[in-house]
Structure formats: structure tokens, C-alpha cells
Design a protein around this ligand. Structure first.
Ligand SMILES: [Zn+2]
Length: 379
């Protein structure tokens, strides 16, 4: 299976290289069918390539074609090089019903080309009629198998109930109902251990066994945190999709927000350290994944609301002013005296779905990255 991973990576990187070599006037890029033909030629000329699985290699070409489609439709970045130890995995198609069989309550096995039967833990039922699966090896050294199936969308309540969700930096998300969803993170002792390991890594000699061991331990700890975050996003999104009909979220450009704050040599960025800290927090909060999964599970029921001033507008009277924000945590309306948790207030403004405008001459073109929180991080 490691061989399949390296084959898939090799073929993917060939596709990337081919795209990189393109210059105006060189004619069209080969498409999927043409690349498969080239792959056949390459296999004829290189016995070592022919020794690998043709399914795995072809699917790598297909994965790359899909990645290019995503790039041209603007939802994803341009596909880049795959690196050993980082992006390990391959896809198998044309799976027949007999290719997966249950062994006992906790285990099953699947037929992998050229590898034979591979046992896996039955963590959930394999969807009936699954035609393909993907095997991945994560950075913590764990193998995973995922069978492809498009699940039914989650049904809402049917009562037209609306919920607003505000991404918080301190907590994961606040709902307009007043609930707070906290993204799990490493516990105190785990975080301290990670810090210790990272210090150890800095002192370990390059290429030593010790360095390899420490690296693996760090990867396992980080994988644990990532698993918890992923699990949180899955559970929270299913719960919200079930309980409400219309889900309103801020239309935040996460990609733009998490862009490096360093700026360029001519135009150095401001508040670089604070923004880097905020970016790290956003990445860790799993917000992007939560919204993504909500859109998957409740298609057509997620609405994006313009984010301007949601943190400064009063959800009770609509008064919008900077001074309303008493602190990062507390919202206190200077007009009507309404007091509330700041994130919950913002979630309620989002639930109302107002296109909020600033009063008077307040700068309309202010960046939308929520200054009150930035200011607090800097201090
Ligand atoms: Zn008010």
C-alpha cells in the first residue's frame, strides 16, 4: 500500500509538472483521456511503473483533473506538489460487492489491488453499493479507508425556525439561542507535553532515531487534537441541521482572513504578530469546516449574511456603534441598555439577517476582520 501511495504521488506530481510547463502558444493541456493514454505509454516504457497498479495510477490522474476543475471554478487553490510523508493516499474504483467482507463484529476486510485482502476496523457500516474507496496514511502513521457515498441531506424541523451562528475566537461558535459551542482542544497536560516535545525536537540531531521518534510523538498528539476538532464539527453540524430550518452565518472570507499578515517589503503589514495569532486561532476553531459541513448536510438552508458591523449592532434595537462593545466578552447597547454576551448578540444580529450599515460617517470600508478582537489579542 505504501507503493500505491508513492505511485499515486508520482503520477499526480507528473500532472502538476505538465501544468507548470505550459506556456502560451503551446496548445491545449492534455485532458484526462489523453493523460491516461500517456500513462499507458509510460508504463510500456518503464517496467517499474508497470509493476504498480494501473487503477491507482489512473485515479491519481483523475484526482488531479478534479483538482484542476476545482481550481478553475474558484473554490480551491491550484494543485501543488504532493510530498512524501504528508499527502499519502490512493483511490480504488470499480469495487464489486464481493470485494468487502465482514469478518466479525469489529473487523472487516477489503480487496486492494496487488495487495490482496486488507483488514480494517468496522467503525461504521460500509454504504451499500459503494463503488470506490480511498485509502490514506495520515501523518501520525495511521491507515484509513473511506468508502464513497453521498448521504441523504439532514432534514430540518420544517417549522421555518431560523438560527444565527457567530464564529467566536474564544469559544468555537455562539448560537442566537444563547448556546455556546466550544471547540475541543488539547487539555492542559497534553498541551504542556506537546511543548516539551517540540523543545526536545529542536535539540535532536538531524537524521537521528531520537528525532524520528520525537517527530512521531508530536504528529500523534497533533492528530489527536485534529480528530477531536473534526468530530466536533461533524456532531455540531448534524445537530444544528436537525434543529433548525434556516441557518444564517457570516459570509467571511476565511481564506482572505487567514492569509499571511506579513505583507510585502514595500508594504509591510500592521499588527503582524496579533494577526498571526488570530489566524492560528481561526484555524484551530474549526469554523471553516463547520460551515462547510453545514452546507453539505443542509443544502440550500445555509444563508450567508454580510459580516459588516455584526459585532457592533444591538440585536434588540438595531443601534450600531463601536461603543456598544464594552469588552470582547460583553455587549452593552449605549442606546437601549441591552446587555448580552457579545458573541450571542452577534449571532442574533446574524439570525435577523440585516445588511447592517454604520451610522454617520463611520468608515464603511473598514476591513471586516472584527477589530475589537484584534485589539484585545494585541494587548
Ligand atoms: Zn439597543
Amino acid at each position: 500500500m505504501l507503493r500505491h501511495c508513492s505511485d499515486a504521488r508520482y503520477v499526480w506530481n507528473l500532472c502538476v509538472e505538465q501544468e507548470n510547463e505550459w506556456r502560451p502558444g503551446r496548445g491545449k493541456m492534455p485532458r484526462f483521456a489523453e493523460r491516461c493514454r500517456q500513462l499507458t505509454e509510460a508504463r510500456d516504457a518503464n517496467p517499474w511503473l508497470a509493476a504498480g497498479s494501473v487503477t491507482v495510477q489512473q485515479q491519481a490522474v483523475k484526482d488531479h483533473a478534479q483538482a484542476m476543475r476545482n481550481f478553475f471554478s474558484g473554490t480551491h487553490q491550484r494543485p501543488t506538489w504532493r510530498k512524501a510523508g504528508q499527502h499519502e493516499g490512493f483511490r480504488v474504483v470499480a469495487v464489486r460487492p464481493g470485494d468487502v467482507r465482514r469478518l466479525n463484529r469489529s473487523h472487516a476486510e477489503v480487496k486492494v489491488p496487488k495487495a490482496g485482502w486488507v483488514r480494517f476496523r468496522w467503525s461504521r457500516p460500509v454504504p451499500p453499493g459503494a463503488k470506490s474507496f480511498r485509502v490514506t496514511l495520515d501523518r501520525a502513521g495511521r491507515w484509513h479507508v473511506a468508502f464513497a457515498a453521498i448521504p441523504e441531506p439532514v432534514q430540518g424541523t420544517g417549522t421555518g425556525e431560523v438560527v444565527g451562528i457567530d464564529r467566536g475566537v474564544k469559544v468555537g461558535a455562539a448560537l442566537s439561542t444563547g448556546e455556546m459551542l466550544t471547540v475541543p482542544r488539547l487539555r492542559g497536560r497534553e498541551a504542556a507535553r506537546l511543548l516539551r516535545l517540540e523543545r526536545k525536537l529542536a535539540h535532536a540531531k538531524r537524521g537521528s532515531n531520537r528525532r524520528r521518534d520525537v517527530k512521531a510523538q508530536i504528529a500523534r498528539t497533533k492528530a489527536r487534537e485534529a480528530d477531536r476538532r473534526k468530530d466536533w464539527a461533524e456532531q455540531a453540524s448534524t445537530d444544528i441541521a436537525r434543529r433548525f430550518d434556516v441557518i444564517r452565518v457570516e459570509d467571511l472570507n476565511i481564506k482572505g482572513m487567514t492569509r499571511s499578515a506579513k505583507g510585502t517589503a514595500e508594504q509591510p503589514g500592521k499588527n503582524v504578530a496579533a494577526k498571526a495569532g488570530l489566524n492560528r486561532e481561526i484555524g484551530r476553531s474549526g469554523w471553516g469546516r463547520l460551515v462547510e459541513r453545514l452546507e453539505d448536510k443542509a443544502p440550500g438552508r445555509v444563508r450567508k449574511v454580510p459580516p459588516a458591523y455584526t459585532s457592533q449592532r444591538c440585536s434588540a434595537c438595531g443601534h450600531t456603534a463601536r461603543e456598544n462593545r464594552e469588552s470582547q466578552a460583553v455587549f452593552l447597547c449605549t442606546a437601549c441598555g441591552y446587555a448580552c454576551n457579545a458573541d450571542v448578540n452577534a449571532a442574533r444580529v446574524i439570525a435577523a439577517g440585516h445588511a447592517v450599515n454604520a451610522r454617520g460617517g463611520d468608515a464603511v470600508r473598514r476591513p471586516v476582520n472584527r477589530e475589537p478582537q484584534l485589539a484585545l489579542l494585541a494587548s
